[in-house]
Design a protein. Structure first.
Length: 94
């Protein structure tokens, strides 16, 4: 299942891909370098994943693995280049 998070303009994009193993892959295409903040938040507001990573110009892949998250809805928030992207995803245990 593929979730497209948002497309800001012709150069900055942020896509989210999930698979059956509850792995989340975030693909960011950026025109500049800087920091990217990624959060995975459950419906109670608890933050399950909150790293700050370096963003390079071009394609950047961030893998979110081993969340040990229960089946349910989660919110993915990505902040980079003074933009905030949010997406709701459904994760299920096998």
């Amino acid at each position: 299942m593929i979730y497209i998070l948002s497309q800001v303009n012709h150069s900055d994009t942020c896509d989210i891909f999930t698979n059956t193993d509850n792995q989340i892959t975030i693909d960011i295409l950026s025109t500049s370098t800087g920091e990217v903040f990624v959060q995975v938040i459950n419906t109670y507001g608890a933050i399950l994943f909150d790293p700050k990573q370096h963003l390079t110009s071009g394609s950047n892949i961030i893998h979110v693995e081993d969340l040990k998250a229960a089946t349910g809805m989660y919110y993915i928030q990505v902040v980079f280049n003074n933009r905030k992207f949010s997406k709701k995803v459904f994760l299920s245990q096998n």
